[in-house]
Design a protein. Structure first.
Length: 155
C-alpha cells in the first residue's frame, strides 16, 4: 500500500494522515483518529452502521476512501449537532443494543437537513439502507417524526 499525507476535515478540525489514500475513512476514523462512534458492520456497503456525512451528505464510511473525502468536510456521530433529533431519540428510547444507532442518527439527520417534514415514504426511503438487527425501526421512525414535529404520529 502506498502511504501519502492526506488532509481531512472532520468535525470542523483538520487532520493530516500518513495513510494509504485508498483506505476507507471508516478505518481512518476508528483506527487512526480514535473516533470509534462510527461502527463497522458489514464492510460492504450493506448495513449503514458506518454512515458519516461528507459535505452534509450521508455516505458509507466503509466504501468512501480517504482520497474521496480529502478536501471535503466530514462529520461523524461525535460531531453531529442535531439536538432535537437526539432528544427525540431519547424520548422514544430508540436504541436496544445500540450498535447500529450512530449510523441511524447520521442518516436521519441528513434526511432532516434536506427535508424538514419528511413523509412516511421519505423516511422509509432515507432510512432503508440502515439495518437494525434489534428491530428498532418503529421507534426510529417515531423519533424522526417527533424531531420533524410531524404531530400525527406523536407518541
Ligand atoms: S459497515 Fe459500511 S455499510 Fe456496513
Ligand atoms: S439497536 Fe441493536 S442493531 Fe440496532
Amino acid at each position: 500500500m502506498s502511504q501519502e499525507m492526506q488532509t481531512l476535515e472532520i468535525n470542523g478540525k483538520s487532520f493530516t494522515l500518513d495513510a494509504d489514500p485508498n483506505m476507507p475513512i471508516l478505518w481512518a476514523l476508528r483506527d487512526i483518529l480514535g473516533l470509534t462512534g462510527t461502527k463497522y458492520g458489514c464492510g460492504a456497503g450493506l448495513c449503514g452502521a458506518c454512515t458519516v456525512h461528507v459535505d452534509g451528505k450521508p455516505v458509507r464510511g466503509c466504501l468512501t476512501s480517504i482520497k474521496q473525502a480529502a478536501g471535503k468536510s466530514a462529520t461523524t456521530i461525535e460531531g453531529l449537532e442535531a439536538d432535537k433529533l437526539k432528544a427525540a431519540w431519547e424520548k422514544h428510547n430508540v436504541p436496544q443494543c445500540g450498535y447500529c444507532q450512530a449510523g441511524q442518527l447520521m442518516s436521519a439527520a441528513a434526511l432532516l437537513s434536506t427535508t424538514a417534514k419528511p413523509s412516511e415514504a421519505q423516511i422509509d426511503d432515507a432510512m432503508s439502507g440502515n439495518i437494525c438487527r434489534c428491530g428498532t425501526y418503529p421507534r426510529i421512525k417515531a423519533a424522526i417524526n417527533t424531531a420533524a414535529d410531524n404531530s400525527k404520529v406523536e407518541a
